[in-house]
Design a protein around this ligand. Structure first.
Ligand code: NCD
Length: 334
């Protein structure tokens, strides 16, 4: 956030309003600045003031989750409800018309007529794009298979900024299943907007970042180091972004077991190897890759990260759903 813009100027530029949120490649630095300024403001208001504000009163969200989720679905829903809107949840394929053989595009065509915004999690890469092409209602991608998870990347970035006070001059170690981890895919691509970024990708060869991602990062001036050496990789990191093995994406259980328990971050390792002010993040859920003895360390930011998600998603809904003048008027009342 080098060139800080005011919310006012970016609201006028109308970056988010009415748009889909499908991929991090659509974001600009100034749009993110505006989102984060609004997020700061909502966080400062706190829940008791937010409860009385109701800027999205009368709006309806359809949360369409065709893959497992706890925090994403609940945080989208809570964010919407704290702003005064109502939420309709569809969870799992079994309870949706997809189980009757309906195509995603048909489902979206119908649902978009009932609601003001759709949050979609789906198991197929590119599903959010298909949804967006079949909807005049904004689509927010909450994870499309191993593709992207742009709102997670926004809350990850917001957390990095909150914890380190900067978004440039950072060494970020991403660890684990980098091949299948959509949160990593989105986060590292988002870092292309910032300067002097070094991504240390720590994974066994078979689970490394996809080659096209690495080329794209390098092409944007990001330094990328790929290694399978956990200790060496995390030693210079300002931020360590741990991820779980994406068990559900492996061909077989034996494939998964080859890598299980490969990288485990614990308190002793942090104290002996890492920078003292390292920031430890994880999109969650964790399996065994962060030992619970890390949780009480000040460096453990993963629960602050999930808390931030609520406010980042509130800011996102406001910017997507309200026109610049509506948002300005609502902000003037608080
Ligand atoms: C992530 C996801 O769904 O990609 N979870 C989340 O949304 N916070 C990470 C994961 O499942 O490993």
């Amino acid at each position: 956030m080098t060139k800080k813009q005011t919310i006012e100027s970016t609201i006028q530029a109308d970056t988010w309003n009415g748009n889909n949120v499908v991929s991090v490649s659509q974001f600009t630095e100034s749009a993110i600045d505006a989102l984060f300024e609004l997020t700061d403001r909502l966080k400062a208001m706190g829940r008791s003031q937010l409860r009385q504000w109701n800027p999205l009163s009368g709006y309806v969200l359809s949360n369409l989750f065709f893959e497992a989720s706890t925090r994403s679905r609940i945080s989208f829903a809570s964010a919407f409800q704290y702003l005064g809107g109502s939420v309709d949840n569809t969870v799992g394929v079994v309870f949706s018309s997809i189980s009757k053989g309906e195509s995603l595009s048909d489902t979206i065509r119908v649902v978009q007529g009932y609601v003001d915004v759709i949050v979609l999690r789906h198991f197929t890469v590119g599903s959010a794009r298909i949804a967006a092409d079949n909807s005049t209602t904004p689509i927010i991608n909450a994870g499309d298979g191993i593709g992207e998870h742009p709102t997670q990347a926004l809350l990850d970035l917001y957390t990095i900024y909150n914890e380190t006070k900067r978004l440039s001059d950072l060494t970020i170690a991403v660890v684990g299943d980098l091949q299948h981890g959509r949160t990593v895919h989105s986060l590292v691509h988002l870092m292309r907007l910032y300067t002097n970024i070094h991504i240390v990708a720590i994974a066994p060869n078979d689970l490394q970042l996809p080659a096209d991602s690495v080329h794209a990062l390098q092409g944007s001036g990001i330094r990328v180091t790929q290694t399978d050496d956990f200790k060496v990789g995390i030693a210079t990191a300002d931020v360590i972004y741990m991820t779980r093995l994406q068990r559900e994406r492996f061909q077989s259980e034996s494939d998964y077991e080859r890598f299980e328990k490969l990288y485990i971050l614990n308190r002793a390792l942090i104290e002996s190897v890492c920078k003292p002010d390292v920031v430890i993040m994880h999109p969650l859920p964790r399996t065994n890759e962060i030992h619970p003895d890390v949780d009480d360390l000040n460096q453990a930011a993963y629960f602050r990260q999930t808390d931030n998600g609520l406010y980042v998603r509130m800011a996102l809904f406001l910017l997507v759903l309200l026109s610049p003048s509506e948002l300005r008027n609502h902000l003037n009342t608080v």
